[in-house]
Ligand binder design. Sequence first.
Ligand SMILES: [Zn+2]
Length: 301
Amino acid sequence: MSQLPIIHAPAYDAGFAPGHRFPMGKYTRLMELILQSGLASIMELHAPAPASAEWLTLAHARAYVDQVLACDVPALVEREIGFPVDQRVSMRARLAAAGTVMAARLALSGGIACNTAGGSHHARRAQGAGFCTFNDVAVAAHLLLADGEVDRVLVIDLDVHQGDGTAEICAGTKAIRTVSMHAEKNYPVRKQASSIDVGLPDGVRDDAYLETLDWLLPRTLEGFSPDLVFYNAGVDPHGEDRLGRLSLTDRGLKDRDRRVFSFFRDRGIPIASVLGGGYSHDIDAVARRHLITFEAASEFV
Ligand SMILES: [Zn+2]
């Protein structure tokens, strides 16, 4: 039986106090849930080493990379990120970026791989924002292109918020196509242009969402044949998410993830998933929503 590569580091969790607006404990809880589930017997666990400054500067300004590595980020930027960048936050951002690189490489060799962090899609070239320090997907895409491991990369971002940072960093790189389907009225107020954007109205439910996804998936490959897909599987489109504006159920999220994995796996295109957003004061509830993505992925190993 094939195994599902899962990338995880205990230090993905920077140990915020319970009740923080950013549910940091979900990374630890998700791994506990994975280990308690049927996934434990089919997963192949990998741990990343922190990304180097050289990797990070492929997607970010050198000055910002240096600030994060030195834990010397200006207060105004920290406010835009949503938390102070201390040693643990700095380390987790480097680990998450390297974890997405690792997921990409494992997907290239085995077809599919899942990072238990990443999807920090609001981080722009010049700085972080919206709970995102480094844009792991943009770093990984640029690194694999620079190394000649891939010629073309597709990013499909189904987190409920627009992938503005990814769109900004990757704009002008013809080898990367960015696709974002999100709640139009949600953060960020000022959207960036992805290659394809689908802005959904508030309150969209499973059926309408999945119908739109079925329309969107074939379009992601029109005139573009990627060697690798990054999938931001944020679970914040869920109806009970604290920051989402859509109304998906657990069932809807699972159908979404299955459709994405099966669409690309059926076409022989390697796919690496990253965690993305998911917000609740109930850490267990949000971690269980993220678990859905891993269970869906396990059907396509
Ligand atoms: Zn989000």
